[in-house]
Design a protein around this ligand. Sequence first.
Ligand SMILES: [Zn+2]
Ligand SMILES: [Zn+2]
Length: 203
Amino acid sequence: MLDLLLPQRCLACGAGGAQLCARCLAGLPRLRPPLCTRCGAPTQWPVERCRECAGRRLAFASARAGVGYDAAVRALVAAWKEHGLRRLAATAGGLLIDVVGKPDATRLTFVPPDELARRWELPVEPLLRRTRETGRQRGLSRPERRKNVAGAFQATGRVPARIVLVDDVYTSGATASAAASALRAGGARRVDVVTFARALRFG
Ligand SMILES: [Zn+2]
Ligand SMILES: [Zn+2]
């Protein structure tokens, strides 16, 4: 509904016509290899673990993102979080299909899963619930972030062995890891994380 009511302006540059104009869409900072195999950070050459994730206990098998979290991407994510812009979700889904390979999984869970689930032909299940409110992650150090979301998720229902966990932004990996940890406690053997955007050089 909001989609129809809001004027069609590019959220990144303000040009009229579309919520994201062709030029800004083409200019989004897609994350292409070489990447860290585990956490998806851009690296100089392919590595199993990078400086950012080496030595960290991460509950997910891999994390991949479509784009780096720059100012334009931040504006887009804020806009669709606030207004639930469906056309943007479709655009983000299309971009992810283009940039991120389909993980070897049988279910997809979390938000906003609809476009990816359809294109990857995976059933979507709400397999996670929050056990408590968590404060904002913004401005917290990495250990504080981990503490803030520890135990904040619980798996619900029957959790399949291989799951794709979808979220909008990967920042420190703390939320993704806490959610993956809950899915694994619920029976998942492997959780692959896919996000639209990824913070670069966090911590
Ligand atoms: Zn634009
Ligand atoms: Zn890494």
